[in-house]
Design a protein around this ligand. Structure first.
Ligand SMILES: [Zn+2]
Length: 229
């Protein structure tokens, strides 16, 4: 029994393929080191290699790669679907379909846009201050709440920007590669649902994001509806 349990728990390397209506493949493959190759193929021909969208030195990595790094460094690094700027990693878990191209582009958006951003500096400063206070047991709850609000506001700016990046890049895939975002997300509603699901593991849901950032939905809608070039 124990053995069966262990067998079930054993993680298989990621090797997934999803199809567009015209037969193009979205393929995610993990190698022995835990590095991921993510491509769209038309027959044998690779038409998009997402690696080309990475900033210098960044890698797409799966859990085993990050776990090894955690052992080496003694730090907690792994989290599904996030960007680690220190180690230049885009950490990815399983994909569910071609729609996750948008989620992938969202992470790529974080990679390009968050580093050294104003928001990041504010989050870092506030977090350090708040942690120092709480460590010394001298912080007041009011200050804590203000800190959380400031951080949430800054995070919402980052989220919004990364989603706008993802929608914009995916829209461009139509004239670049013949991949139509509207095949994947036929309506703006379906795009909203996807974004909300992606955010649901996170403290901010779509509605929260919109309330913190009232222009968020308008901006996304405009990008989504923008005629293709
Ligand atoms: Zn995000």
């Amino acid at each position: 029994m124990e053995q069966i349990k262990q067998k079930e728990k054993k993680r298989e390397p990621i090797d997934e393929v999803y199809y567009f209506r015209d037969g193009k493949e979205f393929r995610i493959t993990e190698n022995d080191e835990g590095l991921l190759s993510i491509v769209v193929k038309d027959g044998d021909k690779i038409i998009i290699d997402f690696e080309r969208l990475l900033a210098d030195g960044y890698k797409f990595v799966a859990e085993p790669y990050v776990r090894r790094l955690e052992q080496e460094t003694g730090k907690k690094i792994w989290s599904d679907w996030q960007v680690d700027q220190n180690y230049k990693l885009v950490e990815l878990g399983h994909f569910d379909g071609v729609e996750d191209i948008l989620g992938l582009l969202h992470e790529i958006g974080h990679m390009h846009l968050d580093q050294n951003s104003k928001e990041q500096k504010i989050i870092k400063r506030i977090t350090e201050k708040y942690q120092a206070y709480s460590k010394a047991h001298r912080f007041s709850w009011d200050e804590g709440l203000i800190a959380h609000k400031v951080i949430a506001r800054q995070e919402s700016v980052r989220e919004r920007r990364a989603w706008a990046y993802a929608v914009e890049v995916m829209k461009n895939f139509k004239h670049l590669y013949g991949l139509d975002i509207k095949e994947v997300f036929p309506s703006f509603e379906s795009l909203k649902i996807y974004i909300n699901d992606a955010l649901s593991s996170y403290r901010e849901h779509y509605e929260n994001l919109v309330s913190l950032d009232p222009n968020f939905e308008d901006e996304l809608r405009r990008l989504f509806d923008k005629p293709n070039k």
